[in-house]
Design a protein around this ligand. Sequence first.
Ligand code: FES
Length: 623
Amino acid sequence: MPTATFLPGYRKAVVPSGTTILDAARAAGLPMNVVCGGQGKCGKCLVFIKDGTVSFDTEDCRRFFSNNEIASGACLACRATIVGDVRVEVPAESLIQEQKILVEIPGMKEVPLKPAVWKYEVHLTPPSLDDTTPDLARLLEGIEGQEGPPPNRIYAPLEVLRYLPQVLRRSGWHVTGTVALVPGGYRLLNVDEGDTTGRLYGAAVDLGTTTVVAYIRSLTDGRVLATASNYNRQISCGEDILSRVNFARKSGLSRLQQLAAESINESLKSASDAGGIDLEEIFEVVIAGNTVMTHLLLGIDPSYMIAEPYIPVVRRMLSTAAGRIGIAAHRNAGVYTFPAVSNFIGGDIIADILASGMADRDEVSLMVDIGTNFEAVLGNRDWMLSCAGAAGPALEGGEVLFGMRANPGAIERVRVDAGTLTPSYSTINGIRPRGICGSGLIDLIAELIRACVIDRTGQINLEIDNPRIRRGPYHPEFVVAWKKETSIGKDIVITENDIRNLIMSKAAIHGACMTLLDAAGLTPRDIGRIYFSGAFGNYLNKENAITIGLIPEVPLERVENIGNGAIAGANIALVNRERRKALDGIALRITYIELNTEPSFMDRYTSSCFLPHTDLALFPHVQ
Ligand code: FES
């Protein structure tokens, strides 16, 4: 079989002839950028063939690469197949870049510690001819009277019964039993020798499309012992949800299930190492993920979500044993996944709602979670409306000339001096700028409005006599950083076209919020609180978000970032069984509004395609 050698690290993979370079790179452990999931549509998997034999159609490459690049061996890793031994150079930009992962929960809500798992230390009287009580009954009698579930409702599975007699006798009849609340009753998960009551742990996990975050907590006192994060390894099979579902459809479901479990395990392993915890002592794992991620983790086919009539297999909270889906915890540990409302309002949004507390209050709140897609939920303890849509990639740096994700070197904060028009900015990791990420783009537009560089349609005023304002090769542009300041050897600019794309993205979100308000017969004045969830919201300047009309105008003190709401909600459901039990009820209370079929959405969207809006009465405090 041919050997593929990848430069510059000289990683190798021996693969059958006919394997794509992308699959060979995966086999060699290289995290390639595959935005389109390997369909030849994004051009992000650029590699250079240094020597060897490969087969590909140069027409596939012409859409993305210049003749010079093709002459230097450029091709798409997903389209080129290996014929013989080959050496391939992988440029840094074709690999997934290190990204800022939001692990923190600002002002994490403390909820009463009421876990759904208990440990019982028991000293038992050994059996005798006068006392022939069977081992299990003896153990359950020992538990009798301790705080927790009634012993007569505890079910003991066969596998525990198989080792129980040895453990009881080896320990001299001094053991610790672990019991969990499971659907339909209580289950004996494990029996240890001696006293292990001080070591009872649980894990809360945010299984995102891009990243995974895990918290390990003591379930005896609620302390957070360690946190960890990493990429979702499924990225190698496609960057977005649709690519993953398509990969699953082409016999890739078990691979995606395995990758989801491995991704979670990577975080659990790092956190358990940091916290000095044995993974075998984790007895509960609560996972919040969107509807597709939850299906994939459980090995449930998500294909029908992308075909008419677009339905998931299941929406309710599910539980299974860690050992059944390959999660690195005690094999009998209960794994719980959050319920969903629809294909688009998944368990991560239910976790946001739980974390915000909006489902417990009378006042009306609006929750917005922004990424390439956005989700919005409006309501209170009695009712909730939700919707979701595509914000377009602009807020994550796509379709913006120098836009980029929140990776090192991204400009994340910007001020512009209204007199000199000189920007001051900060970058992620404080290194020389490479581009601008979403929070920086929102700052920039708000500052350019204040400095009167752009008008309400986003047009750049070329009449202003300043070297930063100029006609670019395609569109008017504003120079944010001169070439000598950057690490890419070019001026970093924002163009009028970029601003147009950003306006369309923000208009989709604002239009959706207004559609929800309309449906509820409310106005922005009725909103008691707006919550931003997710990484994007966390780094967002609230005032600038209102200035550009991303969200309805409310007093700034009513806008709150809840950070990673998915992990915050998973934490709450981990430590408090009553809150966990309420989740299905919350999901059932939420009505989903399909924006594509909601006639008022398009009007709302169009009205929002201005800075901040066509109707300035909606933004009375924006100048
Ligand atoms: Fe998109 Fe190859 S073109 S992954």
